[in-house]
Design a protein around this ligand. Structure first.
Ligand SMILES: Cc1cc2nc3c(=O)[nH]c(=O)nc-3n(C[C@H](O)[C@H](O)[C@H](O)COP(=O)(O)OP(=O)(O)OC[C@H]3O[C@@H](n4cnc5c(N)ncnc54)[C@H](O)[C@@H]3O)c2cc1C
Length: 222
């Protein structure tokens, strides 16, 4: 299995850094190929705009999504976007590692979604959800929180805007998420246990069953 880890934390010594390192170690030991997109280290620009393209389509009315479609056809995505798309095409499983910010993605990772999961590349022209362009690949989220576990009785529900609204929308099969809650408040033994739990979670990722979201047909969309 080819695994892309998209990692969004500034500090390699953070708990997110430890989780990312754990995943790399476990997956590599299992014989999988692993690439890491370390967004802060790469200086990834999270703001989608005209700089995403090496040339514009020339349409009279500028529209970002339409330019994404045109760039996909003409091979004119900027190199930073294209490099991430190439990794995504390569991957069988994409693992997103991030701290929860305002119950959502940190901006640098939200921007990766905006720019890399482009119209025409990841979805579009009626291709979404189970018919999305990334169908056949799998994705999983691994997060840390500041709040305790009691804030998050159903993590898949908390992360639904990400897991359903973004990842499944593009056709990715979404695996159950993993949450490490309040690592900054925990003692060393608890943090060590959380990493051991995460190690066990990563060990079963290759065979994990995806969450069951409705198909386009079940949603009455043809
Ligand atoms: C803008 C913003 C919005 C936020 N919104 C939310 C929100 O909506 N909900 C919410 O719950 N929280 C929220 N938070 C808090 C945030 O989610 C947490 O601060 C973050 O998830 C903690 O993870 P970390 O990796 O940064 O932890 P860190 O603080 O980096 O790490 C915690 C501890 O783990 C230790 N550690 C590192 N490696 C290891 C190791 N190998 N073994 C043992 N210990 C280790 C570190 O030394 C550190 O002491 C928000 C924060 C910000 C900045």
């Amino acid at each position: 299995m080819k695994v892309l880890i998209v990692y969004a934390h500034e500090n390699p010594a953070s708990f997110n850094g430890a989780m990312k390192d754990t995943a790399v170690e476990v997956l590599t030991a299992q014989g999988h190929e692993v690439q890491v997109s370390d967004l802060y280290a790469q200086g990834f620009n999270p703001v989608g705009g005209k700089h995403d393209f090496t040339e514009l389509s020339g349409a009279e009315f500028y529209k970002y999504q339409a330019e994404q479609v045109a760039a996909g056809r003409s091979g004119t995505f900027a190199t930073d976007v294209q490099a991430e798309m190439d990794k995504l095409v390569w991957a069988d499983l994409v693992l997103f590692q991030f701290p929860l910010w305002w119950f959502h993605l940190p901006a640098i990772l939200k921007g990766w979604m905006d720019r890399v999961l482009a119209s025409g590349f990841a979805y579009g022209n009626g291709q979404m959800f189970d018919r999305g362009k990334l169908a056949g690949k799998r994705a999983a989220c691994a997060i840390t929180t500041g709040g305790p576990a009691a804030f998050y009785p159903d993590l898949a529900e908390t992360l639904k805007p990400i897991m359903f609204g973004i990842l499944y929308f593009t056709g990715l099969q979404v695996l159950p998420p993993f949450g490490a809650h309040a690592p900054a408040q925990a003692d060393d033994a608890t943090r060590t246990q959380m990493l051991a739990d995460y190690r066990a979670h990563v060990e079963q990722l290759a065979s994990a069953e995806p969450l069951q979201y409705p198909t386009m047909a079940e949603m009455g969309m043809g």
